[in-house]
Design a protein around this ligand. Structure first.
Ligand code: CO
Length: 685
């Protein structure tokens, strides 16, 4: 045996047989939830968790986070997976380690406050399906939003963890709002509510190491429950913050297996294990065992997700987080939104407007969904305001916030902004001060009625109650009433290997290029599509030979006729049945259009194509999004500024006002349709 081998064996023996530490740091693994949510847009599939599940159960984690956050949304919307089934499946492989989920308090796993009956049912079913620890947070740190869920968690005999969302307004902890006293006060509120553990939830990697030390010390001195520290790597500070938090006596920290670590995700577990080896905070984990899990993830799982990694830049640190004290994910959303609207050059204006909007909206923490609420309103202000008028286009969510539907803000909302937002607000122009869910009518019975004949159990009903449009579409896929589109199917390792082979050939110059054809001139019938292939992006123009006879108003008709188009939640009064599509340019010969002449699916309200020469003001989509509902029907009279359409963009609902007064002449889309920027949603004449 060589000297080198001897040393290795000794080190490994030491690692295996070391005495237990006095006060080991407890560790939660986040790979199966926050890890892939942060790095791979929550696209992790259950089948890719199974290969490591049993091994992860052996490590000795305090808990594994397997559910909640964005998983519920992403699974039923993009992966054609039943979210409830994931818990049950993983429970068969992970039998010893408790399951943790991220619960957005009264927002559950969605983006708005749900009624108490839905909240109760959701927590009960989560517990029954196998969730043990409910990490609960509220975006405003308004713990009245915990009341309903916390009591059900306890009734079910499960662990209630209360979070304090970490937020700041200065480069370091302090200032008027988010200072040490604030965090101590919040921790005491949680202790009084019966939280079994208290988590400092730093969703953006904002906590600086010495602030982590100070805050953990203060909390350990002020309250009894164990302190849990959750931080993201994003800014690069989290491994240092972990260490300082551990020195200050933190009880539990969160990490990922290294293939799921770093960037906007979390610090990796392996360096932490080695850092603490032999100290009084030693985790006791077997580094060899972790290496085996890594091997499986690296070879069999991560190749399927690598294409989702944002590798647009080399650096794994987001310096903007340090500069703006703002979540990296929120900043990249802003950039994407501006890019989609051809307004990327306005990014500096957005950075300038952001702290202003945040302050006017009550200096709220920036976390889902408040980060989107503040972010999108900021973009709207930059794009649509002029020097005479601010807050020209206020999103429905900002109106709800101003009404008090999300809870109490850290400081009062600017009274002028609040007044403007609440003008004509359907629930009333005076904001509420009670617990928000108290003004919400029960929702579960209606959800049961709406899903009669489709939902097979309460879990199905809840899926629909949380996500009426995409949830119903998922239930149709689940029960074979509709075929899921190909993009929701998983990719296999074989497909990835075949793709890699092609890339290799291309790099070697061995892919034969087709002989070039001379392109015909473009006509005004050209439609552009964004096509994403792995990390490459193409803009592709498509037009029918001979020129399309369809005017822009009815371009979306073929989409509506497809079986995969989601059905509406509540069908509005049917408009005039769709006649054959109208030709806008009769002079040109029209090629047959089999798809658009198909009758609309029975449940779908027939779109009303615009007749040739319909005069009027088009209401165009200011941004790409999904139609949530039309508030007006064809024939309805509208005044300029009346809300006509609700468009969901970046998970926020935007109320689009009528560009002119008159009568609704045409409505061109159905509920659930995706629309591109500048698509004409309706015509008012
Ligand atoms: Co997180």
């Amino acid at each position: 045996m060589s000297n080198h081998d001897q040393i290795k064996t000794t080190a490994m023996d030491y690692s295996k047989n070391r005495p237990p530490a006095e006060n080991p740091v407890k560790v939660v693994d986040l790979s199966l939830r926050d890890g892939h949510q942060s790095l791979f847009a929550t696209r992790g599939r259950t089948e890719d968790m199974i290969p490591v599940a049993e091994k992860m159960d052996e490590v000795g984690f305090w808990a594994v986070e397997t559910w909640g956050g964005a998983t519920f949304d992403a699974m039923h919307r993009f992966l054609n997976e039943d979210p409830w089934e994931r818990i049950r499946t993983l429970k068969r492989y992970i039998t010893k380690t408790p399951f943790s989920m991220l619960l957005r308090a009264q927002n559950l796993v969605g983006y708005r406050n749900y009624a108490d009956d839905v909240a109760r049912a959701f927590v009960e079913r989560s517990a029954a399906n196998g969730i043990d620890i409910f990490r609960t947070f509220d975006a405003l740190n308004d713990y009245r939003n915990f009341e309903t869920v916390a009591s059900v968690i306890k009734e079910c005999g499960k662990h209630f963890q209360g979070c304090i969302c970490y937020s700041m307004t200065e480069p370091r902890i302090g200032g008027e709002v988010y200072n040490i006293e604030y965090y101590v006060r919040k921790a005491k509120e949680l202790e009084a509510m019966g939280a079994e553990t208290i988590c400092i939830k730093d969703m953006a990697g904002l906590v600086a190491p010495y602030d982590a030390y100070e805050i953990v010390k203060a909390l350990k001195a002020a309250v009894k429950p164990p302190i849990h520290f959750h931080s993201h790597f994003t800014s690069g500070m989290s491994p240092m913050s972990h260490l300082k938090a551990i020195e200050a006596g933190v009880d539990i920290v969160d990490t990922c297996m290294s293939p799921y670590a770093y960037r906007t995700s979390h610090a990796a577990v392996e360096p932490l294990v080695m850092t603490l080896l032999g100290t009084n905070r030693d985790t006791g984990f077997d580094i060899q065992q972790l290496a085996e899990i890594n091997e499986i993830l690296e070879r069999k799982v991560l190749p399927k997700y690598k294409h989702l990694l944002d590798d647009s830049k080399v650096s794994i640190i987001d310096i903007n987080v340090l500069l703006h004290q703002t979540p990296g994910g929120m900043l990249s959303n802003l950039v994407n939104q501006l890019r989609e609207m051809d307004a990327l050059h306005k990014i500096d204006e957005v950075y300038k407007e952001l702290p202003k909007v945040r302050k006017e909206l009550g200096q709220i923490p920036l976390v889902t969904p408040t980060s989107q609420i503040v972010g999108i309103q900021t973009v709207n202000n930059v794009l649509f305001d002029d020097k005479d008028e601010r807050y020209k286009m206020i999103t429905d969510q900002v109106k709800d916030l101003c009404y008090g539907l999300y809870g109490q803000t850290a400081i009062p909302i600017d009274p002028e902004v609040q007044k403007k937002a609440l003008k004509g607000y359907p629930r009333g122009e005076d904001p509420i001060t009670c617990r928000p869910a108290e003004v919400l009518e029960p929702e579960l019975d209606q959800a049961k009625k709406d899903t009669e004949g489709l939902a097979q159990d309460l879990d199905d009903v809840i899926t629909y109650a949380l996500y009426p449009i995409t949830g119903k579409r998922f239930l149709k896929w689940k029960y074979g009433k509709e075929d899921p589109p190909p993009e929701v199917k998983p990719r296999t390792l074989e497909e990835i290997e075949a793709e890699n082979e092609l890339i290799k050939l291309a790099k070697l110059g061995l892919l034969v290029r087709k002989p070039e054809k001379k392109a015909p001139p473009k006509t005004d019938a050209l439609r552009t599509f964004n096509v994403f292939v792995d990390d490459e992006y193409f803009e592709v123009g498509v037009e029918e030979p001979g020129g399309s006879p369809v005017i822009s108003y009815v371009q979306q008709l073929p989409v509506q006729a497809q079986a995969s188009a989601p059905a509406p939640v509540s069908a509005p009064a049917p408009v005039t049945p769709a006649p054959a599509p109208v030709k806008s340019k009769p002079a040109k010969p029209a090629p047959p259009e089999p798809e658009s002449s198909k009758p609309a699916a029975p449940a779908t309200p027939a779109p009303s194509p615009v007749a040739a020469g319909v005069e009027g003001a088009p209401l165009k989509a200011p941004m790409p999004g999904m139609i949530v509902r039309y508030l007006k029907q064809v024939g309805d009279a509208v005044s300029k500024g009346d809300t006509v359409v609700i468009l969901e963009a970046m998970k926020m609902e935007n109320a689009l006002p009528a560009p002119a007064g008159g009568t609704v002449k045409a409505i061109n889309f159905s509920i659930g349709d995706s629309v591109a920027k500048d698509d004409v949603l309706c015509v008012i004449g």
